[in-house]
Design a protein around this ligand. Structure first.
Ligand SMILES: NC(=O)c1ccc[n+]([C@@H]2O[C@H](COP(=O)([O-])OP(=O)(O)OC[C@H]3O[C@@H](n4cnc5c(N)ncnc54)[C@H](OP(=O)(O)O)[C@@H]3O)[C@@H](O)[C@H]2O)c1
Length: 250
């Protein structure tokens, strides 16, 4: 792995992605953040300084992904780390009208799963060998089906990400590239729940979390940083749970 790494973070304009970008630039690495909203990305890059840059990309759109990868690989000889973090939840239930459910499914699977697939396949030829890393951000919803239901598309997409992780690890590990997923529990302080979950709702969830607090974006960024390091070079094809203990024992 080269000294100053080149790190691509999807969904880097807010929340966990922003914390990940901050962590890597803070260690002297070069970070390119991707997202759909110019203003959010620009704000983060202004904050992080000249080790950070951004591209406006909808990762669910192949043509946009191809353009972004072409421009990144024109500037940088190789990429060390890809963090597939972009995602959102919108909500589909069994009582959602079918045409609407299909439309939301396509958006959720597009951003959360297809985007990771396109980024991984598109960047794979440019990842450093040995030492490259693909780190996906999954979700506890892949195991629980979400906190209250209504997450048919999101939970399916995140569960699919685990299969994608194994399949990518199967192909790329022999070339010295590790592929893993981090599966967070509740993380507060991000844009994920729009204006945020109500304090009593957070409290209700936290009573089920043995460590007694919601996660912070930095809790996830720390594990991303570890998986990207040489210390984690013998971990591949794994799902790492980072949820304060919310899931164990079930
Ligand atoms: N917060 C939690 O409790 C929690 C729990 C488990 C898993 N996660 C996962 O953690 C990841 C980060 O979420 P977060 O909590 O940090 O929420 P967030 O602040 O909303 O960050 C998600 C980012 O992804 C970007 N994004 C969404 N769709 C995109 C697309 N198609 N192309 C490019 N960028 C896209 C969004 O920006 P634009 O809308 O501007 O594109 C946004 O900046 C997500 O994958 C989420 O599923 C979060």
């Amino acid at each position: 792995m080269s000294e100053q790494r080149v790190v691509v973070v999807t969904g880097g304009g807010s929340g966990i992605g922003r914390a990940v970008a901050t962590r890597f630039t803070g260690q002297g690495d070069q970070v390119i953040i991707l997202g759909r909203t110019d203003a959010k990305l620009r704000h983060v890059v202004d904050e992080l300084g000249d080790r950070a840059s951004y591209k406006v990309v909808d990762v669910s759109q192949r043509e946009q992904v191809e353009l972004a990868i072409a421009s990144i690989t024109q500037k940088f000889e190789h990429v060390d780390v890809l963090v597939n973090n972009a995602g959102f939840v919108k909500g589909i239930s069994t009582d959602t009208p079918l045409a609407q459910a299909e439309a939301v499914w396509e958006q959720e699977v597009g951003s959360n799963l297809k985007g990771a697939f396109l980024m991984a396949v598109g960047l794979a030829p440019h990842l450093v060998r040995p030492g490259g890393r693909i780190i996906n951000i999954g979700s506890i919803a892949a195991y629980t089906g979400g906190i209250r239901g209504g997450t048919l598309g999101y939970a399916s997409a995140k569960a699919g990400m685990h299969g994608l992780t194994c399949a990518l690890a199967r192909e790329l590990s022999p070339q010295g590239i590790t592929v893993n997923t981090i599966s967070p529990g509740l993380v507060s302080g991000t844009d994920f729940f729009g204006g945020g979950l109500a304090p009593d709702r957070i409290q209700e969830i936290v009573t089920q979390v043995p460590l007694g607090r919601p996660g912070k974006p930095d809790d996830i960024a720390s594990v991303v940083f570890f998986l990207a390091s040489n210390e984690a070079s013998y971990i591949t094809g794994e799902v790492i749970h980072v949820n304060g203990g919310w899931l164990f024992g079930h």
